[in-house]
Design a protein. Structure first.
Length: 574
């Protein structure tokens, strides 16, 4: 053919042409095409957040995580700890809701956990424990929890030696239920009442701490006014209708209040008689109750009807001198004071290392500094429990010993510690899974801002930080711009680098020169050679068919290292 030149004219056919997107550089990266990044900050750029929460503003969504849409999240953690506020209050019952969607994801909250950063309660959530030793021996029943990985900043515990309590309980066989005297508020507006607790049923001497009546029917909020209780030792085994005849000695006033509000403690009504009356265990115990004024409530008490002996007497006036006798003996319970501990020891951790060892009677209060003890124990004791959120806790026992009966009061536990918890395990699986469920895969572009709802009980500060979210940014396909139509070559010639394809492509993952270019279509294969050379050049060989001229349609593709690809427009070779 006579043509001496072959012309390449760029003609856009079916596929649309997209301009190269202007992708921003990834946080922490130096070039836009770096796709593997780590989110290490909260929305706004802060590496840490400190939330000062109060009883009236007990939650916050100030901390937020910025996650690029359609990214691949490989893992995710952040850390949390409790701090004191200006009043020294530490947060308790911390809960996190990632996404603020009503689904609780993480918490530092369980029985015995106390405040985050300040342990003040024992394993049963009580802040004070009384340990009774009814005979010489030991007790390791009291324990408290600390995070295994905590650093102890300061730690003290108060131990007090007190008398133990010896309880005598008498429920008469074939007991009946529901006698209202002396708490017959619907029928009486004033009462004087006496009853006997027989020595044979008590068989113990000592100072009385409390007496109890056995409640079997208990109303709502009973009240008895001008309420007084007297105790006396008496040789009488049956009571006279004349109140004063029932004493051997003058009765002792052991309880007096303007208004008595009885409580029902597992079926018993306690009356604290202040440890001032000594029962000698040689006579019977006479209990006298007087009151005037009430709110019309009745309390039914457990009793036994006893033929032959009049165990009780009552009158409808607190100042009455005589009354009506009753063949009723009441179920009762008495708490006697025992002894103080002697030669006590306290062993925090039950490891043989005593934090307190005294000689003689222990009737004082000791404040123990246990910082170094707890530091060693956390290093050596195994994990007692790990909760559903990855908090590994150690339960620390307190061993108490005495060579006599006695009682210990443990109180004012104050353990200030630093523990930084890692949030990864959640109620919805793991934090990466939660974030994946909250980040949309469409639209491809943009960033989802995920709030973290932090809620506490009480007041205190919460620190959040050490965000670590490794992810791969979304990979978009390469794009082509139209290739100009002004390339020529002569018949029977070969050009290795006719077109630099990298000048007409763009990609968010790879530089244009690193894309994989492939020939996708040559309409005149065998007559005219079209090929890729030197990675990103398009070459043309017009020597395969001498004097050939005509029309050849050619299309190429570009593929990035993530496997995404795009097609060019079609070039026409004339």
């Amino acid at each position: 053919m006579l043509k001496r030149a072959v012309y390449l004219l760029a003609a856009l056919l079916v596929l649309p042409v997209f301009l190269t997107p202007n992708y921003p550089a990834a946080p922490g990266s130096t070039r836009a095409e770096e796709k593997d990044i780590v989110i290490d900050h909260f929305y706004g750029g802060d590496k840490t957040k400190v939330l000062n929460l109060t009883r009236s503003h007990y939650y916050s969504t100030e901390a937020k995580l910025p996650i690029p849409n359609n990214s691949t999240i490989h893992n995710a953690t952040f850390q949390i700890t409790g701090l004191p506020n200006e009043l020294g209050e530490y947060p308790e019952w911390i809960k996190l809701d990632v996404g603020d969607d009503g689904s609780m994801d993480w918490m530092f909250r369980s029985r015995g956990y106390g405040n985050f950063g300040n342990q003040t309660v024992f394993s049963d959530d009580l802040s004070e424990k009384r340990v009774e030793l009814s005979s010489p021996g030991f007790s390791s029943d009291v324990k408290f929890l600390l995070p295994k990985n905590a650093t102890i900043d300061s730690a003290t515990l108060t131990v007090e030696g007190v008398r133990n309590i010896i309880t005598v309980t008498k429920r008469w066989s074939s007991s009946s239920w529901g006698i209202y005297y002396p708490f017959y508020g619907s029928y009486l507006s004033s009462v004087r009442f006496q009853t006997l607790f027989p020595r044979s049923a008590i068989n113990h001497e000592g100072y009385i701490d409390k007496i109890y009546f056995n409640a079997v029917n208990f109303p709502s909020n009973p009240r008895y006014s001008n309420f007084r209780v007297y105790l006396a030792n008496t040789s009488k085994s049956t009571l006279s209708s004349t109140f004063s005849n029932n004493y051997d000695d003058d009765p002792v006033l052991v309880y007096s209040v303007s208004n008595f509000f009885p409580t029902n403690q597992n079926g018993w009504i306690p009356i604290d008689v202040k440890d001032i009356f000594y029962f000698n265990n040689t006579k019977n115990l006479l209990v006298e109750i007087r009151w005037s004024g009430d709110n019309g409530q009745n309390i039914g008490l457990g009793y036994q009807y006893s033929y032959g002996s009049r165990y009780s007497v009552y009158a409808s006036s607190a100042s009455a001198s005589t009354g009506s006798t009753l063949y009723y003996r009441y179920n009762f319970k008495i708490d006697f004071l025992g002894d103080y501990p002697h030669n006590p020891t306290v062993d925090i951790g039950d490891d043989g290392e005593r934090e307190l060892a005294l000689s003689g009677k222990f009737n004082t209060t000791q404040v123990l500094d246990i910082k170094s003890t707890l530091t060693d124990l956390l290093q050596n004791l195994p994990v007692s429990k790990e909760d559903d959120y990855g908090n590994a806790m150690v339960e620390i026992p307190i061993n108490l010993t005495s060579t006599t009966q006695g009682a210990f009061i443990l109180k004012n536990l104050q353990v200030h510690y630093t523990y930084i918890a890692t949030v990864w395990k959640t109620d919805r699986g793991t934090l990466p899974g939660v974030l994946r469920s909250l980040v949309p895969v469409w639209p491809n572009e943009g960033t989802t801002i995920i709030p973290i709802n932090v809620t506490i009980g009480g007041a205190g500060k919460v620190w959040l930080g050490s965000v670590w979210i490794p992810l791969t940014l979304p990979n978009y396909p390469p794009s082509f711009t139209p290739i100009p139509s002004n390339f020529t070559l002569y018949e029977d010639t070969r050009v290795e680098r006719l077109i630099n394809l990298s000048l007409y492509t763009g990609d968010d993952l790879d530089p244009p020169t690193d894309l994989l270019y492939l020939l996708n279509y040559n309409s005149e294969a065998g007559k005219v050679g079209v090929f890729i050379t030197d990675r990103y050049y398009l070459g043309v060989d017009a020597t395969l068919t001498p004097n050939w001229n005509g029309v050849v349609r050619v299309k190429v593709s570009a593929t990035d290292s993530g496997g995404k690809y795009a097609f060019s427009n079609v070039f026409t070779i004339t």
